[in-house]
Design a protein around this ligand. Structure first.
Ligand code: IVH
Length: 673
């Protein structure tokens, strides 16, 4: 391909990707699948690698992350990030309006209303149209520099184009995790046996502070902006600022409205009270701003907040209803989740019949009795919460709920591991929902992708005794399938075809599909790349597992225990015989040099500038080898902070060289050590 052709193709791909991005992030729609989108992005990345001079600074490939930030720098805000005064009633709003009128000497004024987005506030600094910094609110005076992570948010322009772009401006807004992304993330966590995250706001905040920006990119954060600041601003009203932000392609929620007086403000508040539930994020109120910037200045600020703006907070929607019963659900990993069965009640647009109670501690904390009237609230989560008991309505004869001690599905005595909130059913191989759950997990899209197999069919296959583990799927014959309700020759063929096709699915999907607790898709990818074959993983010691990227104590323990079970080993043998992939085909990172040829390393501890897997990759790319434990044959122990003392002692005893991060960088530059 000639550079001219590449240029044209890069432009076309960029245009297409930006179009789909905008559709997805600003209009919540998509015309192509995630897979198609990723393939466009991969094509663009390859072209940019071949023709690096053609890469634009605002190329969509810059969004996928990759930077690791060990500690976030603290930076001062140019203008402090203030908070807003809160109001809860019409009277308080009338008082605010009277203060504004007085402050403006009864001059005419209008308001501009927006919803109050419940995310994490962010300040975005643009120099000559280029996004140079993203900073969290912090204490309002100084915040954390989270630029690398902010750049992965696709609706935040990396570059603003157009006429008269000011040399320096700041945009403020709210970063959030869309509800559907949050729910999906929680589903995935539950699926691998992790606890659910409590709410989208905290999860967003945690995500913005993650060290690995490619993980942030995967979390699909979004951002609504609501504020433009610069010196010598030319616009006259907040409304004009908002329109300017829209022309510059910032993501502004189209929920704003100019309101000519308090009456119109109250109508706005009413209008959005229930409709706001349909938005992709939590909102907890309305922000009312005086529209003219000159008038904002005239009104000024108190120490904490502007006098020209105020927040009106919606009351949390809550109702009370009777707790009819508590039932218990058993998941794939055996975790037991209690569910409140409620007398159906209408709340914030839907009828609520059930609410999650999380775990036994939560039931004890609330001191629930069957027959109690409980308060129910809807948060950002689609699942409503029980927040308390109406003690005035309690019947004195009822007793506190006693948590089940046996599995409601198979009768096995439940256990609780030290430090965990949930009870588990230990009957891994005999408890029906665990068995069915493992098959459902195995066939899902991110695993073996057998889409012709649904939950109902699994239920039938299980209850007829045809399938009690993933390996049984590969023994199914057409005549078996024809015995299933609703199955004809064509549907049976389809299912068999889907099962056959799954034999070509890569090892990382298979490893994820097997369903080892705490092994999510990312960890499965890292493990397969590192160990290459299932036999290497199965025979690895805990220490060897710990040497793999992303693997901490919890995962190492879980993987190790999984392969100690004869049932699990047998299942894997059967899957091998069926012809599934148990060898990684991921290519080795390309060789860069032979500087570390024949040198072996053990990496231990935490480093200033690198993640452990980055160091591993560097060593391998430059000809070195990674070992998992210190022995006489080892060349270098690369020691970071908090390295275990036993490793150091052993290395000292065996006279193995212990080197620091700095020493390692020197080695890489070719200086001998
Ligand atoms: S304007 C001078 N507009 O609410 C304050 N803030 O309590 C200017 N927030 O820290 C803020 N939605 O994080 C403004 N439409 C909106 C907002 C909004 C949410 C947050 C923001 C701020 C907090 C103030």
């Amino acid at each position: 391909m000639t550079p001219a052709q590449a240029k044209k193709e890069i432009e076309q791909l960029t245009k297409a990707i930006n179009y789909h991005n905008e559709l997805y992030y600003q209009q919540n729609r998509s015309e192509i699948s995630d897979l198609e989108f990723d393939s466009l992005l991969a094509k663009l990345a390859t072209l940019e690698e071949t023709f690096p001079h053609l890469r634009q600074p605002d190329s969509p490939t810059q969004r996928v992350g990759g930077t690791i930030t060990k500690t976030f720098n603290t930076v001062y805000h140019k203008y402090p990030m203030l908070s807003l005064g809160n109001t809860y009633s019409q009277e308080e709003l009338e008082d605010f309006d009277a203060r504004v009128a007085k402050g403006l000497d009864d001059e005419d004024y209008t308001y501009f209303c927006e919803l109050k987005f419940d995310g994490v506030s962010i300040s975005l600094i643009y120099e000559n149209g280029v996004l140079v910094r993203g900073v969290t609110r912090g204490d309002g005076i100084r915040g954390d520099d989270v630029t690398a992570n902010v750049k992965t948010i696709r609706s935040i322009p990396l570059m603003v184009k157009g006429k008269d772009i000011p040399p320096l401006f700041e945009v403020r807004g709210e970063v959030f995790m869309p509800k559907h992304v949050f729910n999906q993330l929680n589903k995935e966590r539950e699926d691998i046996g992790e606890e659910r995250y409590a709410n989208a706001r905290n999860t967003t905040s945690g995500t913005l502070k993650m060290q690995d920006s490619s993980e942030v990119a995967r979390r699909k954060l979004n951002c609504f902006v609501y504020f433009l600041m610069m010196d010598n601003i030319k616009t006259k009203t907040h409304e004009e600022c908002i329109h300017l932000l829209e022309t510059w392609k910032f993501n502004v929620s189209r929920t704003y409205q100019q309101c000519k007086d308090l009456h119109a403000v109250l109508a706005y508040i009413n209008h959005w009270e229930s409709r706001r539930q349909e938005l992709p994020l939590e909102t907890d109120g309305v922000v009312i701003k005086v529209n003219r910037l000159a008038q904002q200045q005239q009104l000024g600020y108190t120490a904490k907040s502007p006098r020209w703006a105020i927040a009106y907070k919606y009351k949390a929607e809550s109702t009370s209803t009777r707790l009819n019963n508590i039932t218990y659900q058993v998941g794939r990993t055996g975790a037991v989740t209690p569910v409140a069965e409620l007398e159906p009640v209408f709340l914030a647009g839907t009828t609520v019949k059930r609410a999650s109670l999380h775990n036994a501690n939560e039931i004890a904390r609330l001191d629930l009795h069957i027959g109690d009237y409980v308060f129910v609230e809807k948060g950002g989560d689609i699942i409503p919460k029980v927040t308390g008991v109406d003690l005035n309505k309690r019947n004195a004869e009822t007793a506190s709920v006693v948590y089940v001690d046996k599995c409601p599905e198979c009768g096995t005595k439940l256990v609780r591991a030290a430090g965990e909130a949930a009870f588990y059913c230990p009957n891994v191989n005999g408890c029906p929902p665990q068995i069915r759950g493992r098959i459902e997990h195995f066939i899902q899209r991110k695993a073996m992708d057998i889409d012709s197999l649904g939950e109902k069919t699994i239920e039938q296959l299980y209850s007829l005794g045809m399938v009690t583990s993933p390996a049984d799927l590969y023994d199914l014959r057409k005549e078996d399938l024809l015995k299933l309700e609703g199955f004809k020759a064509k549907s049976a063929d389809n299912l068999l075809k889907g099962i056959m096709k799954s034999k070509t699915i890569p090892f990382e999907n298979v490893l994820f599909g097997i369903g080892i607790r705490y092994v999510g898709k990312t960890v499965a990818e890292k493990l397969t790349r590192y160990f290459k074959t299932i036999d290497n993983i199965a025979s690895a010691s805990k220490e060897e597992l710990l040497a793999a990227p992303e693997v901490g104590e919890k995962i190492a323990e879980s993987v190790f225990e999984f392969f100690r079970s004869p049932e699990n080993r047998n299942e894997i043998e059967r899957l091998k015989i069926a012809g599934l992939n148990f060898v990684s085909t991921a290519t080795e990172p390309e060789k860069e040099s032979d500087i570390l040829a024949n040198k072996s390393f053990v990496i231990s501890g935490v480093f200033q500038h690198y993640e452990r897997d980055q160091l591993q990759e560097l060593i391998i790319k430059n000809g070195g080898r990674i070992l998992s434990s210190v022995s006489g044959k080892l060349d270098y122990l690369l020691a970071g902070d908090n390295m275990g003392p036993s490793k150091r002692e052993k290395a000292e005893k065996l006279k193995v060289k212990i080197i620091s991060e700095q020493d390692f960088e020197n080695l890489m530059k070719g200086h001998s050590h």
